[in-house]
Each structure stands twice: as C-alpha cells, then as structure tokens.
Design a protein around this ligand. Structure first.
Ligand code: NAG
Ligand code: NAG
Ligand code: NAG
Ligand code: NAG
Ligand code: NAG
Ligand code: NAG
Ligand code: NAG
Ligand code: NAG
Ligand code: NAG
Ligand code: NAG
Length: 510
C-alpha cells in the first residue's frame, strides 16, 4: 500500500531531523550538542582573578539553582598565569592559586561543575602572559592533567598567522588536535573574533567560535574601537554593543549546528549599564541565536532582577532545544519614530526586527526586537513566521499556515523580585500548597527549572510548564501575531500548533 501524503510529509521531517544528528555531522568531539552554558570572570572582573573568586562563584551558582538550570562551566579567563617552569610547563600564579589548578578542578567537580581554562593561539595571551602557539601539545596535556573541561582559546599575539581561512584554520586546528590527543573530553571554544570567517570552517575542529570583537556593557552605543557593522570584518575590534553584534550575527546564524555554535560573546546581564529591558533583549537574542550562554557578571552580588533574567527557563529551553536550529531574522525595518541616527557611526539604531526559528516537535520561536527608544507595536503575519517553509522552492504544501497556534509569552512567568530576593538571601521556601516541579527534587519555585533532574529535551517532551511561559493568545490561520514591545525591548513567543505533534495532524483536514 502506498503511503498517504501525510505519512510522506512526516517521514520527510523525520529524515531532516535524523540528518542533523547523524554520526559524523554532529559535534566532531561529541561535546556541546546544545550550546554550552556557564560563567566566565572576564566581563565583571577582568584580570582580577583568584581561587576564592572561582570557588565562591561556583558555590553561589549551586545555591541559586543556576547550575541546575544548565550553567555548568566555571571559566577562568586571562591573568591566571605565572609563565612557564624551566621545563616549559605552564604554571599558575601561586599567590592567586595557592592550592594549584588541580585543586580548583577537584573542588568544581565535587560541586557538579566543569572547569574552564584560558590560553591564546599566539605567543602571549591578550594580557601578555605565556600562550600556546607552537606549544599546543604540551599545554593541552598540562590542561588535561589539571582536570580542565573547557578551553577558551584567544587570538592575541598570533604573529601574523591570520589573513586567510586556511592559515587561521591550521593555527586553531593545532590546539584542537592537541586537546583530542590527550583523550580528555575538553570543550574547545575559539575566541578568534570572527577573523577569516570561522563560521565557514570551524565546525570540524571546534565547538564554538566567536563571530565578533568583544562585547561591552552597552545596548547600542557606537564605539570607534568596534568599527565593523557587518559580518565581513577585517578589524573586529572591541567595545561592541549588543545591537552591533546582533546585526552582525544575523546573516551567519545558520552556519551553526549541534556541536558547533556561533559565539556572540559572554553575557553582560547584571553589569549595570543597561536597563532591565535591554538585558532581557540581550539574553533572549543570544539564546535564540543559539549562542553559548556564559554569564559575565558578579554572581556573588547579583540583584534579584539579574537572577530572574539568567533564570528564565522558558528562554533557556529555546537555547537548549534539541533541534539546535538558530533563529533567522525575517525582517529588519526602521522603527517609528525614525529619529535615532548616530552621526558617529555608519549604522542606524532604532530598527525593529522579527526573528523566527524552528524548534523540536514542530514548535516555533517568534521574537520581536524594538531597537528604538520608545515603545511600539509590532506584528508578523503567518507568511513572516513560516517564510522558510513557503520559500523551499518545491510545491510541498505548508500545513502550518492552515493551523491554529497557541502563543506562549516566554517572559510572562518571570520570577518575581521577591522570590529572587529570597533565593539570594538563602531563605526561599516552597509554599506548602505548591507541588514544585513534577519530576525533580527541586527546592526552587515553579518559575525556574531543574535540568539536572530532567533534561530540557525531556522536559519539553513532557510539557513541563516552566518551559512554556504563559499562553496569552491564539494565532488563527491567516492571522497575525502582535506584540507591544518596550523601548530597547524584546517579546519572545513560543508557538505550538493546536494540531499537536510535529504540527502535522491537521494535514488530513486540508
Ligand atoms: C601574581 O598575583 C599577585 C597577586 O595578585 C600579583 O601581585 C602578581 O603580580 C602576579 N604575578 C604575575 C606574574 O602576574
Ligand atoms: C616540569 O616541571 C614541573 C614542576 O616544575 C613538573 O610538575 C612537571 O612534571 C615537569 N614536566 C616534565 C615534562 O618534566
Ligand atoms: C577525538 O576525535 C575523535 C574523532 O573525531 C572523536 O571520536 C573523539 O571523541 C575525540 N576525543 C576527544 C577526547 O576529544
Ligand atoms: C525622537 O525620539 C525621542 C526619544 O529618543 C522622542 O522623545 C521624540 O519625540 C522623537 N522625536 C520625533 C520628532 O519623533
Ligand atoms: C523588580 O525590581 C526592579 C528594580 O527595582 C523594578 O524595576 C521592577 O519593576 C521589579 N519587578 C517587579 C516584577 O516587581
Ligand atoms: C530572609 O532573610 C532576610 C535577611 O536575613 C530577612 O530580612 C527576611 O526576613 C528573611 N525572610 C524570611 C521569609 O525568613
Ligand atoms: C498557594 O497559596 C497562595 C497564597 O495563599 C496562592 O496565591 C496560590 O495560588 C496557591 N497555589 C496553589 C498551587 O494552590
Ligand atoms: C514525571 O512526572 C509525571 C507526573 O507528574 C509522571 O507521570 C512521570 O512518570 C514522571 N517522569 C519521570 C521520568 O519521573
Ligand atoms: C536538582 O535535582 C538534582 C537531582 O535530582 C538535585 O540533586 C538538586 O538538589 C536539585 N536542585 C535544586 C536547586 O533543587
Ligand atoms: C504536550 O502538549 C501538546 C499540545 O500542546 C500535546 O499535543 C502533547 O500530547 C503533549 N504531550 C504530553 C506528553 O502531554
């Protein structure tokens, strides 16, 4: 018996999903199947690092439920070093790390966390310490011996080994091979600022690659030291704003795949120079772009608002979605009023944009960004949302546009300040009438999630309420989805077909 049309369609979807996770095409080293999460000291502390900072931060990550949301790696950035010993082995600054690196690794591991280390594919690190160019094998072995689980590998002092893709590839592959040869699984995070377009060649040697110069704590301020406004950039610079990086990332987001992600740089959420809405936009867009989510603030001094942004499980579930497909910017348009042009730079802020992306089990993410400094109403049609299905070049039917979709607002259930404050104070108690999370031993409120007890993939499949925000609307066939978007703000929706499953059940009714 010939399969019915709907069976063929479902089979086609299944083949697509299988290909995305077929052996060989996924994660060259088996790591970062979803974007890595964690904390790095650089954005908040720069060179001011020591053992106490790392271990105190790690303890708070556990206490605040951040580890169990998925923030796993505690990453030590530059300035930990005291150069090399007589035989060439890297050594830690003994004042900053009196018990040595293996001790730090052991402590983190005993807390259920991973240990991230830093070096540069150059003669020196950016702060001028001994780095690993030409010393890859020895340094990789040192890191493995120390119990390191993650390497952030910078690009300073590269002695001119850049300028073509192959030269950069070979320089970064040397460390990739060296890490592999140790036999220890070590997530490899290239911090190469997008030079020589790593999104075209790094998937088979690294788990993530930075695609721009360094972020700084600004939503949209132009800065001469971050001169580039497009992805095609020969001087990546630093002091890049959130909007600058987001605009540069838009055309290359589709280059990511499970095990190999565009890194939009560490998060600035909580560092003080942006508004709450701006930080929500920053966090949300990094999440739906499938960037690594690396907290970059002082966790030991977090405000309740900061904790409640980093702790939004409905947004994190988009980032950690098993399909691993980054969202796409469907449109970008000048917002009203159109009076926000910075004369000091070539790009215009104040744009509005709409982004969509496919998620596992047929759901979609739909996000509106308002770059303007006054609130606005934005809307998108079904042909905006399902643009990729409508432009596949085939005559395949697009059942999604004939379906009714539940619209979930992913910020509507944000943890209250009072609850976040109680968690920070260490005296949060579950309401006696509340069943916490159905499948965990969590001591945390229903607005957060325990991914240690139940993975995001399993929680999504089980319809765990924490991962779905709040249903606020329905999108009818031919309808539009609308959002009131605050100044410099974001609205993020998850769309679920009322047809259920992969959005295919309604096929028969067409
Ligand atoms: C080691 O750390 C101490 C304490 O922070 C600092 O004074 C010293 O300069 C560091 N040494 C190096 C080589 O950076
Ligand atoms: C190099 O010296 C350090 C101590 O300074 C020692 O721990 C290490 O085993 C030595 N490595 C080799 C290869 O001899
Ligand atoms: C080393 O590379 C091989 C081939 O890509 C991979 O199967 C293996 O998991 C890697 N091992 C480590 C420790 O990264
Ligand atoms: C320009 O934008 C500011 C906010 O930055 C707003 O207050 C003002 O009304 C706008 N002007 C016009 C003419 O639209
Ligand atoms: C949380 O606190 C911030 C700053 O004090 C405030 O702007 C915000 O409205 C508060 N949120 C809620 C839900 O009370
Ligand atoms: C939680 O601790 C803070 C500070 O110690 C205290 O002010 C507050 O009353 C405590 N709340 C509860 C519910 O125990
Ligand atoms: C638990 O009690 C609080 C306050 O009495 C109430 O607001 C809340 O809705 C209750 N929750 C459940 C799940 O019954
Ligand atoms: C999760 O909880 C539901 C009910 O709350 C239960 O039916 C299911 O068996 C649980 N799953 C696991 C893996 O514990
Ligand atoms: C999350 O679940 C794990 C395993 O069930 C448990 O050990 C841990 O304490 C839970 N975390 C929180 C914050 O409740
Ligand atoms: C989850 O919800 C969808 C509808 O939104 C439904 O089709 C599906 O059966 C539910 N799954 C479970 C395990 O309850």
């Amino acid at each position: 018996m010939a399969p019915s049309k709907s069976t063929v369609l479902i089979a086609a979807v299944a083949v697509f999903v299988t290909q995305a996770s077929a052996a060989g095409t996924v994660s060259y080293n088996g790591l970062a199947i979803t974007p890595q999460m964690g904390w790095d000291n650089w954005n908040a502390f720069g060179c001011n690092v020591d053992e106490e900072l790392l271990l105190n931060t790690a303890q708070k990550m556990v206490d605040y439920g951040l580890r169990d949301l998925g923030y796993y790696y505690v990453i030590l950035d530059d300035c930990w070093s005291n150069g090399r010993t007589a035989n060439g082995t890297l050594q830690a600054n003994a004042t900053k790390f009196p018990n040595g690196m293996p001790y730090v690794a052991d402590q983190l591991h005993s807390m259920g966390l991973g240990f991230g280390m830093y070096s540069s594919a150059g003669k020196y690190t950016c702060a001028g310490y001994a780095a690993s160019l030409g010393m890859e094998k020895q340094d990789a072995q040192t890191f493995a011996d120390w119990g390191v689980d993650y390497l952030k590998y910078d690009n300073c002092y590269n002695e001119g080994q850049e300028g073509t893709a192959l030269v950069s590839y070979n320089r970064y592959k040397a460390m990739s091979d060296a890490l592999n040869a140790t036999g220890r699984p070590i997530l490899y995070s290239m911090c190469q600022w997008g030079q020589d377009n790593p999104w075209d060649w790094a998937q088979t040697i690294a788990n993530s690659w930075r695609m721009s110069g360094d972020v700084y704590d600004s939503f949209d301020r132009p800065d001469s030291r971050c001169p580039c406004t497009t992805y095609d950039c020969t001087l990546p610079g630093f002091h890049c704003s959130v909007m600058n990086i987001l605009n540069k990332a838009a055309p290359i987001l589709n280059k990511a795949q499970p095990g190999a992600w565009n890194d939009l740089d560490m998060l600035e959420v909580g560092n003080g120079a942006m508004t709450d809405d701006e930080y929500k936009t920053h966090f949300s867009m990094w999440a739906i772009a499938k960037s690594p989510l690396i907290m970059g603030t002082d966790v030991t001094a977090m405000t309740p608002q900061t904790l409640s942004i980093y702790s939004n499980p409905a947004i994190i579930a988009i980032n950690q979605d098993p399909l691993g497909t980054p969202a796409t910017r469907v449109w970008l348009s000048p917002a009203q009023p159109q009076n926000e042009t910075y004369s000091t730079d070539s790009y215009t802020v104040g744009e509005a944009s709409f982004w969509t992306g496919q998620l596992a089990s047929g759901d979609y993410v739909a996000a509106f960004v308002n770059g303007a400094s006054s609130p606005t109403t934005l809307s998108a049609s079904m042909s905006d949302i399902f643009i990729d299905l409508l432009t596949t070049g085939s005559n395949a039917p697009v059942p999604q546009i004939s379906q009714t979709w539940d619209v979930y607002d992913l910020w509507a259930n944000r943890m209250s300040n009072a609850t976040a404050q109680a968690i920070i104070m260490g005296n949060y108690t579950l309401p006696t009438n509340a069943s916490s999370m159905s499948n965990s031993t969590s001591t945390m409120p229903v607005q957060t999630y325990n991914a240690t007890a139940m993975s995001y993939a399993d929680g999504l499949a089980a319809n765990e309420t924490a991962l779905f925000g709040l249903k606020t609307a329905e999108l009818m066939p031919g309808g539009t989805v609308q959002a009131q978007v605050p100044a410099h703000g974001v609205v993020v929706y998850r769309l679920r077909s009322q047809g259920g499953g992969a959005g295919m059940r309604k096929r028969d009714e067409l």
